[in-house]
Design a protein around this ligand. Structure first.
Ligand code: KIV
Ligand code: NA
Length: 278
């Protein structure tokens, strides 16, 4: 498949072709995304804090940890458009520090675009990065990097004022130059409205069926995550059961000395050579 570009993503919105985005965290998960022509975008989500590194919150992930994973994902990525999350704290201090961090993520992490969580407070940041040629994906609604300030992982935009603020934020981010926007955990009616009024593609996660695209976390799709399952998650595989069964079969085979097989799974030596050795 030909490389996905900002232009082709925009065309998919116009054509009403749904956009498929999946998170990837390392070389094998990146290869799995790239091996399927129906996958349009790969996201090195900062959800890797929990899914890969065992942190309790994405706020604990550092820029160098993100870059380490992004490089591996980039090595396995072919046609999908590759975006990485700016970790918490790397785009909030000053415009110059934010710019340096975004450049570092592109230059050392080999990603094509960066994603950041927030509303109109990010307008100057988005404008600056866009102006120097770093594509920015916006992210509004439930903002996992602000779960403490938001008193938990909750649906956003259910009140009239909340919905109005989300619309204003999304429009402001689009006008600042964002090429696409993630809508997380908002009512489906609001996500549909935002998809209609915005020119840029909307990618939903917990935003209902009418956004321009969908994104899910790798481990949620595969069924390898045993923690809390959000309402919007559908498990498309049951790799945890398969994985645990394989560990069990291997361990049993070792304990019972039925692995490895002395002939088909082991090396040998000519008898004459072995005699000499002895
Ligand atoms: O970090 C992440 O995985 C994300 C999404 C799923 C949108 O930001
Ligand atoms: Na994220």
């Amino acid at each position: 498949r030909k490389k996905v570009t900002i232009q082709s993503l925009s065309a998919m919105k116009s054509n009403k072709t749904p956009i498929t985005m999946i998170t990837a965290y390392d070389y094998p998960t990146a290869l799995a995304c790239s091996s399927n022509p129906l996958v349009d975008m790969t996201l090195v989500g900062d959800s890797l804090a929990q899914t890969c590194l065992g942190y309790s919150s994405t706020t604990q992930l550092t820029l160098s940890e993100m870059i380490h994973h992004a490089r591996a994902v980039a090595r396995g990525t072919s046609h999908p458009f590759l975006v990485a999350d700016m970790p918490f704290g790397t785009y909030h201090c000053s415009l110059s520090e934010t710019t340096r961090n975004a450049i570092k993520l592109v230059q050392d992490g080999f990603v094509e675009g960066v994603k950041m969580e927030g509303g109109s407070e990010l307008v100057d940041t988005v404008r600056k990065l866009t102006s120097i040629g770093i594509p920015v994906m916006a992210h509004v609604g439930l903002l996992p990097q602000r779960h403490v300030a938001m008193s938990g992982y909750k649906v956003q935009g259910r009140s009239m004022e909340g919905a109005k603020r989300l619309v204003d934020d999304a429009v402001a981010l689009q006008e600042a130059g964002a090429f696409s926007i993630v809508l997380e955990a908002i009512p489906k009616e609001l996500a549909r409205y935002m998809t209609q009024i915005l020119r840029i593609p909307t990618i939903g996660i917990g935003g209902g069926p009418w956004t321009d695209g969908q994104v899910l976390v790798w481990d949620d799709i595969m069924g390898t995550w045993s923690g809390h399952k959000a309402k919007f998650v559908r498990r498309f595989g049951d790799l945890k059961a398969e994985r645990d069964a394989a560990v069990q079969r291997y361990a049993e085979a070792v304990k019972s000395r039925t692995f490895p097989n002395p002939d088909s799974e082991s090396y040998g030596i000519e008898e004459a050579e072995w005699e000499k050795f002895l």
